[in-house]
Design a protein around this ligand. Structure first.
Ligand code: 5GP
Length: 206
């Protein structure tokens, strides 16, 4: 079988929709899927490790990377900069690994322009009440930050209709299976299967 290039997926969601937990569960189950580690100027939260959850950099360092044209996409989210470096994704895709970008709607708009084959998924919480509870339950941010994030959640959600797929994260296992179905279907498209099974197709059609 020929080595096919990996597929690129974007997962966006309002903060508190459960996107990070879904991505973690997905990567645990599938060693042939990876999430890109972004750069950010925000401070690490408790338990977050540099180069694992994010590459934590200063604003000056981030701006220097913009100048060097090192970013595939970048955006200002809340009061901080976030960006996906080209390096974080190209080698993985070349190695046939499916890569997930955990990025916001602004980044998704940029990536669609550069790579129209990207498949984009928007995750919704099951209700506004549940979203509020989930943001409170985190216990990591102050009340001000939570109120700000509720407003941001609405603004992020207003972009749901720019995405190819929409998943409601009511039941975790169902939402996880929904993502898996999208990834698996993408691996079976005509283009992917033609690349992968060139030898078979040639022998059958000779
Ligand atoms: P958090 O600070 O909670 O980790 O992330 C805040 C928001 O920034 C989330 O919506 C997340 O998807 C988004 N984000 C994280 N990394 C990137 C990135 O590299 N690019 C863009 N555009 N958004 C990102």
């Amino acid at each position: 079988m020929a080595q096919t290039r990996g597929n690129l997926f974007i997962l966006s969601a309002p903060s508190g929709a459960g996107k990070s937990s879904l991505i973690n569960a997905l990567l645990k189950k599938h060693t042939d899927m990876k999430v890109s580690v972004s750069h950010t100027t925000r401070s690490p939260r408790p338990g977050e490790e540099n180069s694992v959850h994010y590459h934590f950099v200063s604003t000056d360092e981030f701006k220097a990377l913009i100048e060097k044209n090192d970013f595939f996409e970048w955006a200002q989210v809340f009061d901080n900069y976030y960006g996906t470096s080209k390096q974080a994704i190209e080698s993985q895709l070349d190695a046939g690994i499916d890569v997930f970008l955990d990025i916001d709607w602004q980044g998704a708009q940029q990536v669609r322009k550069i790579m129209p084959s990207v498949q984009t998924i928007f995750i919704l919480p099951p209700s506004k009440k549940e979203l509020e509870q989930r943001l409170n339950n985190r216990g990591q941010d102050s009340a001000d930050v939570i109120a700000g994030r509720m407003a941001q959640a609405q603004s992020e959600t207003s972009h749901y209709n720019e995405y190819d797929f929409v998943i409601v994260n009511d039941d975790f296992d169902t939402a996880l299976a929904d993502i898996e179905i999208i990834v698996m279907a993408q691996r079976l498209t005509l283009k992917a299967q033609e690349d992968r099974h060139q030898v078979l197709l040639n022998s059958l059609l000779k």
